[in-house]
Design a protein around this ligand. Structure first.
Ligand code: FHN
Length: 688
């Protein structure tokens, strides 16, 4: 009888899996799987492979790294020769693990196979692996064993895209001589699944499977579901990132579709502006400008910046995956080792303010960041004060009763002075014991944090009235609160005008507002500065792409700026085309500068402009050149996110301002979208 029941249930499970009816996961199951990861907060990324041998240089060009096979257009047979040279005789897995451990990292993600297809383990599926090199040692095995010995989670990065396997499609478009006649992508998918099974079953428990290279046309959601269900059919515990699926929002890294598979989002080379409530995410970032070792790249971020990144990320509830690109001999670059040691020294004193914490309750702290942990009495706030530290720090709008504050590294927990100013607690810093990287204070409070933010406003420019219309928004307009404001730059108090209805103000605007609860101010003062002319009307030489046209040309001067989520409809997007706008200021005014905003999201083919040109005119017919600025940041070095351009030109009296933002036209050679149309996304052009 038992056998019968067993067989039936196994058949039912197979049915679920085969019909993609794999049981939807319970939240508690995911929380159990993610628990260690959410506590860990900090891991090491390792990009290592054949590309470490050329170390970024090919025929005199030293701008390459792990993409060198493609960016230097090295034919596959030529590239394969690196395998004959791969012999990292100085590789010691324990040395790597101890470096990560002493830096305070809790997990290591190693590239098992990057896009070049080379496998760092003894694979039964291919000879393009480490056993076909002079080294002949299974690197995944050695690293996994060392991690287990030192209580470090071991994780694999694995690329879906494979530039080596004959069945992988598409080929690189410059590989015209490499036939696709017998290429069978289904056969490649089976190879991919077989290798995923290998790396998940040959080396003990693997904690994360970090997929990448999911963006090409041959990979899609159905394949992701099939691969995900396949993995879950034999492994329910491994954490899988969102790059198994195809809904990642470029380098912003979060999935933009409810169906998206994967346990967490993967911002790359960037940190989200704010926390992402209810979402797990991990920012992966390099120490210099490259993932794989590039011998020429000396643009190393200082350790203080890396520590501040860790603090910033943890304060928003995310994990920091910090990359090391080992050299061909198997050692870490000395610059990486030096930074890992400095981070480790800081973590030895302050790690408790990172591990097992949640995002802090404040949205915008001028002096640093905050993380939090629940305690029996209430909440422990960790206040990370960046250098140079002010003499005091304010906790804007915190309503809770403070219990005690002290310096985290002070084992005697000497109490620090706490006062209140404008209704918010202030803590005096121990100036003699500040940390150049980041000073961490502890503040115990009663209950869960209650923070009253300053009043929030929405505003937009009304072209007809040439006024900015301002109204209260958000939870701050609570019935028991009264908002007082000023528009003359003075500090608002309850002696001033209460905010009872929307305002229509002529430009320039300086609005200051604050919440009162009865006679008591609570929360910070909100300030809105709109010191520039938005322009009476805007005309475009060419319309933007229909999908990214916001509310038309007037969106360029309505005072509402787009965000990194370029799909939210504030940006004007131009595919392959330049943007040419003429702003009518309504009359001749003296102007001398321009501000405009553009978006960079290279994963979504959105690049910085090629050039910005400004011309001015009194009559809209004859224009004079005012400014011309060329952008030449190499790809991958363009800082991602919302970027602001500001520049000045000789003062001139003008009514019309022509702004030309030129588009690079096509994606660069060393970009996955090579040859495709590049985008520019523009918003909020202001002259003053
Ligand atoms: O193309 C890869 C790149 O080489 C590197 O591995 C990064 C790290 O996350 N991922 C891809 C670029 O988004």
């Amino acid at each position: 009888m038992k056998t019968f029941i067993f067989k039936t249930s196994a058949l039912l499970l197979l049915l679920f899996i085969s019909l993609n009816l794999y049981p939807q996961e319970l939240k508690t199951d995911k929380d159990t799987r993610m628990a260690w990861w959410r506590d860990a907060r900090f891991g090491m990324f390792i990009h290592w492979g054949l590309y470490s041998i050329p170390a970024g240089e090919w025929k005199g060009d030293n701008s390459h790294a792990e993409w060198i096979r493609t960016t230097a257009q090295i034919p596959v047979d030529e590239y394969n020769k690196f395998a004959l040279k791969f012999n990292p005789v100085k590789f010691e897995a324990e040395t790597w693990v101890m470096a990560a451990r002493e830096a305070g990292m809790k997990y290591i993600v190693l590239t098992s196979k990057h896009h070049d297809g080379f496998c760092l383990w003894n694979s039964d599926q291919t000879d393009f692996d480490v056993m076909s090199t002079p080294f002949k040692r299974d690197i995944l095995k050695e690293l996994a064993d060392a991690c287990r010995k030192h209580n470090m989670h071991i994780c694999w990065y694995h690329s879906i895209m494979d530039w080596h396997h004959p069945d992988y499609l598409p080929r690189r478009d410059w590989e015209t001589g490499r036939t696709t006649d017998s290429a069978d992508f289904e056969r490649y998918v089976q190879y991919l699944k077989n290798q995923v099974h290998e790396i998940l079953t040959k080396y003990g428990e693997i904690s994360i499977l970090w997929f990448d290279g999911e963006w090409e046309s041959t990979w899609n959601h159905d394949r992701a579901v099939d691969l995900y269900n396949y993995i879950r059919s034999f492994n329910k515990n491994v954490i899988i990132n969102n790059r198994i699926d195809v809904f990642r929002d470029g380098m912003a890294g979060m999935s933009n579709n409810q169906q998206a598979l994967g346990d967490y989002g993967t911002p790359e080379q960037e940190i989200p502006d704010t926390g992402i409530p209810g979402a797990d995410w991990e920012s992966c970032m390099t120490m210099n400008d490259h993932w794989g070792f590039n011998a020429a790249d000396q643009n190393w971020k200082p350790a203080s910046q890396l520590i501040q990144n860790l603090v910033d990320i943890a304060s928003k509830g995310g994990n920091y995956l910090l990359n090391v690109g080992p050299k061909a001999d198997g050692t870490f670059p000395p610059e990486s080792i030096e930074r890992l040691k400095t981070i480790g020294n800081w973590m030895k004193e302050n790690g408790s303010s990172i591990y097992g914490t949640q995002a802090g309750p404040f949205e915008n702290l001028t002096w640093g960041r905050c993380t939090q942990k629940q305690t029996e009495q209430g909440t422990r706030l960790f206040l990370h004060v960046f250098s140079p530290a002010p003499p005091k720090i304010s906790l804007p709008g915190l309503m809770n009763e403070p219990i005690k504050a002290w310096l985290l590294s002070d084992t005697s927990q000497t109490a620090l002075t706490i006062t209140r100013k404008n209704g918010s607690p202030e803590i005096t810093l121990p100036v003699s014991r500040l940390d150049d990287n980041c000073t961490v204070l502890v503040l115990d409070i009663k209950g869960k944090p209650e923070v009253n933010k300053g009043p929030e406003f929405s505003y937009h420019y009304n072209v007809t009235s040439n006024k900015v219309e301002i109204d209260l928004t958000g939870a701050t307009s609570k019935p028991d609160l009264t908002v007082y404001y000023t528009t003359d730059g003075t500090q608002p108090t309850d002696k001033m005008e209460p905010f009872t209805k929307p305002l229509a103000l002529k430009l320039p605007v300086n609005l200051k507002a604050v919440n009162y609860l009865g006679k008591k101010q609570i929360g910070d003062i909100t300030e809105i500065n709109l010191p520039v002319s938005f322009g009476k009307s805007v005309s475009l030489a060419k319309e933007p792409a229909a999908k990214y046209s916001a509310q038309g040309a007037s969106s360029l001067t309505d005072g509402i700026l787009g965000s990194k989520k370029f799909t939210y409809g504030r940006w004007l997007g131009f595919e392959g085309d330049n943007m040419e706008a003429v702003i009518d200021l309504g009359g001749k005014i003296a102007i001398h500068s321009i501000t405009l905003n553009y978006l960079v999201n290279t994963g979504s083919w959105i690049f910085e402009p090629e050039r910005i040109i400004v011309e001015t005119s009194g009559d809209g017919k004859k224009y004079s050149a005012a400014l011309s600025k060329k952008f030449n940041t190499a790809l991958w070095k363009q800082p991602e996110g919302v970027r602001q351009f500001f520049d000045v030109f000789p003062e001139t009296n003008a009514r019309f301002v022509k702004v030309i933002v030129s588009n690079r036209g096509i994606c660069p050679d060393n970009h996955p979208g090579k040859g495709g149309k590049a985008w520019i996304f523009i918003d909020e052009i202001k002259v003053e």
